[in-house]
Write a protein that binds this ligand. Structure first.
Ligand SMILES: [Zn+2]
Length: 223
């Protein structure tokens, strides 16, 4: 199971970032941010902070963490990495490597971390594979017709890449909608039962919170 998870994390890493090779996590471990913002994050979430985060970036991280109220994120390491040619962020087996600090990227990578710890990890994968037609697409930013609105149970084209990205994108979408009032869920056609099914599966594996469920109930009334 451990090795399987490692393989899954590699796939995810390749999906989240352009370079699949391991980033300089060990080098980032040599430094740790100090100050009240860093202390507050460590105290509230019991996560590891490594690398050169500034206070503005730490506030963005704290904001991203805040859409996971009550979730046990302890032990996850957040590594601020040098920009180089990579962009965005990535998830590698309990480590979140951050090249560019944005709330959306952080919410997405934290979603990967919660997925990796979800009860019934293998069963969740089978259920999503049964519910959605992953083979039909394989897109990154746009569907083949140049649009990017949610379709066929996928909240974004990127979500159709594989189960890992589908989970991360679907969690990110409901968090952004429930806590920030924005994102792709406003464009979902809720008469398509596939979207309901995705969120039922995520909920059954403890990946949704109270506020996410409330927002979903309101969204479903739109059909
Ligand atoms: Zn991802």
């Amino acid at each position: 199971m451990k090795r399987l998870l490692g393989a899954a994390a590699l796939l995810v890493a390749a999906g989240c970032a352009s370079e699949p090779q391991a980033p300089p996590y060990d080098a980032a471990r040599q430094t740790a941010p100090r100050g009240t913002e860093a202390d507050a994050i460590r105290a509230e979430w019991s996560v590891g902070l490594f690398g050169s985060w500034d206070d503005v970036e730490l506030r963005i991280l704290r904001r991203a963490l805040s859409v996971y109220p009550g979730k046990d994120l302890s032990g996850i390491g957040f590594y601020r990495l040098p920009r180089m040619e990579e962009r965005g962020a990535r998830y590698d087996d309990g480590k979140i490597g951050v090249y560019e600090v944005t709330e959306d990227a952080l919410v997405h990578e934290i979603a990967h971390a919660t997925h990796a710890r979800a009860p019934g990890f293998g069963q969740l994968k089978e259920e999503l594979q049964r519910a959605l037609d992953f083979g039909a697409y394989h897109r990154t930013s746009f569907w083949s017709d140049g649009t990017y609105a949610p379709r066929a149970g996928f909240v974004t084209p990127y979500a159709s890449m594989n189960v890992e990205e589908c989970v991360a994108e679907s969690i990110t979408a409901i968090k952004l909608w429930a806590f920030r009032g924005r994102g792709p869920l406003g464009e979902v056609n809720w008469s398509d039962p596939k979207f309901d099914r995705v969120y039922q599966i995520l909920d059954a594996h403890s990946l949704l919170g109270e506020k996410d469920r409330e927002a979903l109930a309101n969204l479903r009334k739109r059909r």
